[in-house]
Ligand binder design. Structure first.
Ligand SMILES: Cc1cc2nc3c(=O)[nH]c(=O)nc-3n(C[C@H](O)[C@H](O)[C@H](O)COP(=O)(O)OP(=O)(O)OC[C@H]3O[C@@H](n4cnc5c(N)ncnc54)[C@H](O)[C@@H]3O)c2cc1C
Length: 317
């Protein structure tokens, strides 16, 4: 037995090994810790109490699944039991990953803080577009477990918060034993769908720059979890003053690794007078019509209409 608590619990639907003939280790702990030995039973679920223990475990078990709120992991199961690998590391007891701090320049959110708790910070403490996006993640029961780290770190899927965090220039802190680095959220997902995380690296916090915007818009159609709903999310940010565009950022996502964004169009629009000339809007829309691949006609139509609507309705100041 390691010095960490090694337990296996039923997470509502139970856990079991993906392969092998040994009995599943899905015993609900009734008394004590409900410990089960890795050698004797199925999936071992580790519950580190501190960040130091987590990083040590992640190094010792490089193939372990990081289990944060578990809402995505369990949502993907095809039968009553989730197919978990032999080792799972739960983040639920690591208090360092649930901290929030705010300065004049940044909001920092621990990767394992539930989305419900982020929303509880209130609209005045969270960028408006991020708040709107987080409100759309699951019903209340899901939001009370689901975490921001888990929303960012699903391989091959761009979930609800990612385009918004990218547009806000947010970065994630990646830690592994003996090293730490910061990576832009926009670079966490490689074009091939894999994550830019190295072996044993864990997302520990998300740093979001706080900037004044005249308008922040987030809209979503469908759900990233249901491709048949032809999901499309849109986020637009603009800072304007005296009828002039000072800064503008626009992003769309169809849930695919390639975001729909044109920095060229954004730079072209800086310095333009509001309301924007019809010609400027038409030129911008033409570019957005050609961005990205793999979108359905409905997704593209939704994106282009939202861009048009956003540009037409920029506030004068
Ligand atoms: C009914 C329902 C509705 C939902 N609706 C939405 C929705 O509208 N939008 C949406 O985006 N999602 C939705 N989800 C999916 C899910 O709830 C969210 O994406 C959630 O944010 C995932 O967070 P989690 O903590 O549960 O992640 P987990 O399921 O624990 O993990 C997800 C992935 O991230 C990895 N991971 C987690 N934390 C870290 C970390 N700190 N470092 C490195 N890797 C990590 C895990 O290994 C795993 O691969 C929904 C789920 C359900 C069940």
């Amino acid at each position: 037995m390691s010095r960490y608590r090694i337990r296996s619990r039923e997470y509502g639907v139970g856990v079991r090994r993906t392969s092998g003939s040994r009995a599943a280790c899905a015993t609900r702990p009734t008394s004590g810790d409900g410990e089960c030995s890795v050698a004797d039973r199925g999936t071992a679920v580790y519950f580190p109490d501190t960040l130091g223990e987590l990083l040590l475990l992640a190094r010792r078990e490089p193939d372990a699944l990081i289990y944060s709120g578990g809402t995505f992991i369990l949502n993907q199961r095809v039968s009553r039991f989730a197919d978990l690998p032999p080792a799972v590391i739960s983040l639920q007891d690591v208090e360092e990953l649930k901290r929030v701090s705010r300065s004049e320049r940044y909001l920092e959110i621990g990767a394992a803080l539930p989305i419900r708790d982020i929303l509880a910070l209130g609209r005045s403490n969270v960028p408006e577009c991020l708040y709107s996006a987080l409100r759309m993640i699951g019903p209340a029961a899901v939001a009370s477990l689901a975490t921001l780290g888990g929303n960012i770190a699903v391989p091959g899927r761009i979930l609800t918060s990612v385009p918004v965090l990218s547009l806000l220039d947010a970065r994630v802190e990646l830690r592994r034993q003996g090293s730490s680095r910061w990576l832009a959220v926009s670079r966490v997902h490689k074009p091939n769908g894999n994550l830019e995380l190295a072996e044993s690296e864990v997302i520990t916090r998300v740093r979001i720059p706080l900037q004044p915007w005249s308008v922040e818009v987030f809209r979503r159609f469908g759900s990233e979890l249901a491709p048949e709903s032809e999901p499309l999310s849109f986020c637009g940010l603009a800072r304007t003053s005296n009828r002039i565009v000072e800064e503008i950022r626009i992003i769309g996502s169809a849930g695919l690794p390639a975001p729909l964004r044109s920095r060229d169009v954004e730079s072209e629009l800086v310095g333009r007078r509001i309301p924007l000339a019809e010609r400027d809007i038409a030129t911008a829309v033409e570019v957005y019509q050609t961005l990205g691949t793999g979108l359905t006609p409905i997704q593209r139509d939704r994106f282009v209409r939202l861009v048009q609507w956003f540009l037409l309705n920029l506030p004068a100041s």
